[in-house]
Design a binder for this molecule. Sequence first.
Ligand code: ZN
Length: 160
Amino acid sequence: MKIEQDRVVRFHYSVAEAGKDAIENSKEAGQPISILFGRGQIIPGLEKAMEGHEAGDSFKAAVTAAEAYGERRDGLTQRIPKKHFGVQRLVAGMQVVLNTNHGPRAVVIEKVGMSVVDVDLNHPMAGKDLEFDIEIVDVREATEEELAHGHVHGEGGHEH
Ligand code: ZN
């Protein structure tokens, strides 16, 4: 079964900045990722690269920054009280996850002061061309319920 709009796709991936070692690898985390295809649950460039593939396919996909996490934007530095970072030792260049009103957000530490921390709110992978290694594990039709909810149920998906 080919990957197309509104099918459920399970896949393994690893992602690297172009020409560098992998940053993330779903096999290390153990479980493949499940998505409802064509709903923007993964970056646009990867969705394009996956379309039409089927279970068992392995392939590489080069995705430009614009089709991945977007270009870096200037002026996204924000000063945040240190108490929001918990007890971990903070170092410039470190990537941390902040809990915001809009949910968890990955940010990069720019500068650590006595009581405040400057962070860069650009996505850590913004402005970077990425290379993916993709392995399609499984492709199936979504259920009516999954289509109505807009997400995958069962293995690798929501349980509710
Ligand atoms: Zn649901």
